[in-house]
Design a protein around this ligand. Structure first.
Ligand code: CDV
Length: 307
């Protein structure tokens, strides 16, 4: 057994007027509740409201939501407390690089409080111009550029860890690239509006179904644990769904939040539970047939067969 105790630290809403310090205080409170855990996972863009729902004509006005250093003055207490409590952590934030690039980023921090991994969201959803036809805006393509780091995996806590962010979970490519590195736990945060902005018929129940379907498939097909953590509830009138979950390598949900507030889920995850799937049905080396998968990396859109 290689048990690690994992805490999924769901955050309730963060309003536009809330400060980084207020968000960090709530994250610290959850970290204290997670005393004795090996790892705590927070949501996507954990330090601020989900700002891509707001449109700024001049995109540089959105720079107030970005961090140009990590740790920053506001987030340093998180790193200090993580080190004191000897708990590894992951959280998402908007990153502005020294040369002025913008990414939707998450980091992996070890028990010493040292950043050991960084991931930049690859699959950015939404649009880059104001769209009056949508019930709400989702301007990630305006404020971020697609991640440039691929999907790396890192050794941590005696296992192999990967990260992705929100919309990435809907893409099997995300999980398979991580799976090919032997990933044993994928951690991710999400901000998922509970209604599709382009289809009011796709409401909370269907959104939750797609969320779990994607995560459970990714876990099962790569025989990995998945820890997915929401920022949820009503932010300035906009509702995001909850549904933070921990999923085992058989694809089963083993823990799930019950509120739309700050809430901690704790589960003992045996990384050795990933072995059976990796050595049998999903023994990639024995069963994959890459000579037939070329299209996946050769084209993005659909090309219909000739009539
Ligand atoms: N933050 C996100 O990436 N949200 C998307 C929404 C727009 C569908 C998601 O996949 O949940």
């Amino acid at each position: 057994m290689r048990n690690i105790k994992v805490a999924a630290a769901q955050l309730g809403p963060i309003q536009r007027a809330d400060t980084r310090q207020a968000a960090v205080a709530r994250m610290l409170d959850l970290m204290r509740q997670a005393e004795g855990c090996d790892l705590i996972v927070y949501p996507e863009l954990a330090l601020t409201t989900f700002f891509p729902r707001w449109y700024w004509e001049d995109r540089t006005e959105a720079d107030i939501w970005f961090e140009s250093e990590m740790p920053s003055a506001a987030t340093r207490p998180l790193f200090e407390e993580a080190k004191r409590a000897a708990i590894a952590m992951s959280f998402g934030y908007a990153e502005r690089t020294p040369d002025g690039r913008h990414f939707n980023t998450s980091i992996l921090v070890d028990k010493e409080g040292v950043i050991v991994g960084k991931y930049r969201k690859v699959h950015l959803p939404g649009h880059d111009q104001f769209d009056p036809k949508r019930s709400h805006q989702h301007l990630e393509k305006r404020y971020f550029e697609p991640g440039d780091l691929g999907f790396p995996a890192w050794p941590l806590l005696g296992g192999v860890f990967g990260m992705c962010i929100c919309n990435d979970r809907r893409w099997p490519e995300t999980f398979r690239v991580l799976g090919l590195q032997g990933v044993e736990m994928v951690v991710l945060g999400f901000n998922t509006p509970s209604v599709n902005a382009q289809n009011s018929g796709e409401g909370p129940a269907k959104r939750m179904f797609h969320h779990k379907l994607s995560l459970q498939a990714g876990a099962y097909q790569n025989s990995t644990w998945v820890v997915a953590v929401a920022k949820c509830g009503v932010e300035d009138g906009h509702h995001c769904m909850a549904g933070s979950v921990i999923i085992n390598p058989d694809g089963e949900v083993v823990a799930e939040t019950t509120t739309e507030n700050d809430e901690l889920l704790v589960h003992d995850c045996d990384l050795d539970a990933t072995r059976f799937g990796k050595e049998t049905v999903f023994d990639f080396a024995r069963h994959r047939r890459i000579e037939h998968y070329g299209l996946i990396a050769m084209q993005t859109g659909v090309v219909l067969p000739k009539a």
